[in-house]
Design a protein around this ligand. Sequence first.
Ligand code: MLT
Length: 390
Amino acid sequence: MPKRAERIATVPPYLFAEIDKKKREVIARGVDVISLGIGDPDLPTPQFVIDAMHRAIEKPAHHQYPDYDGSFAFRQAACDFYQRRFGHSFDPKTEALALIGSKEGLAHIIWAYIDAGDIALVPDPAYPVYKTHTLLAGGTPYMVPLTAENSFLPDLKAIPEDVARKAKLLFLNYPNNPTGAVATLEFYQEAVAFCRKYDILLVSDNAYSEMTYDGYVAPSIFDVDGAKEVAVEFWSLSKPFNMTGWRIAFVVGNADAIGALGIIKTNTDSGQFTAVQEAAIAALTDPAADSFIAEMNATYLRRRDLAVAGLRAIGLKAEPMKGSFYLWVPVPAGHTSASFATLLLEEAGVVVTPGGAYGPHGEGYVRIALCLKEERLQEALERIKQHVKV
Ligand code: MLT
């Protein structure tokens, strides 16, 4: 085999691929493993989406190449959804693109902007794709700490002037993965002003906007006047509609940035299966969608409260999140995030995600995803209690 490209050595294997491997090893030893690891909704996709897929798959026109940018009907449905949900309008022709999941779009927007030596401002901790694709593109991720003291929001004022001047991208993701933190409109105003000042594209990953609790409603970056001049926002059907396996998302925002992403995409993929886009249109437009999401959030709320009470009873400092379906839990004294995650897997047969895998400031935490039924969650908590003395 020829020598691999140097860039491969700059990134680790994908976090959840590694966790899957370890999980399989423990399962192979006969352990009944309970996963609080990946954020992959356990409940089914709504029936109205599945029915739309059945109808769409029968149409021969859908068996041919899809439209590169996504079908016009899908882009229109995405823009209509943004208008209805957030009150912001976008032109489906120039300000929206279909994606094969947000992960694909987030990776590719980096290739549209980052040349060797360019800086991307990446939150720490964060969804790994922002950093790894910056590295793969030859860029330099400048890690911006998210700390409990600052409510897991980046302190943009602490970014050195020379770094800000060289930066081309700023990633934000609220409700946040992995911390479950949420952003205020004031913070978004500051972030947009920062990006205008330094000529930075603000990449808002709004994958968890619909998963909120306690009356909190998540904003869009476009709630800030003028944001469209500097921002794009990614929105995924994966989490709110239990559609992780379908691979469908979209991006809206600045037309120039959407155009640049389109050039990378048309040279890389040939679009998402049109039948999947038809099913996604049903998710975005069906009158039953709102009640489906409300029902899911009620389910996650019950799981959240059960998990927080159970973890606190063990002596762990769990705080209920307002958004996403992740709890960000400090590990007990004497542990690193990796040693605690290993203890839980090896001794209790429970998978959690070590916080250090999301960046150095994730060290000292583990992430718990609430993607399992309450009985299993209860069992996981009991097993953790047996093996963890705080
Ligand atoms: C997560 O669990 O953080 C992600 O949603 C999984 C992924 O996108 O790889």
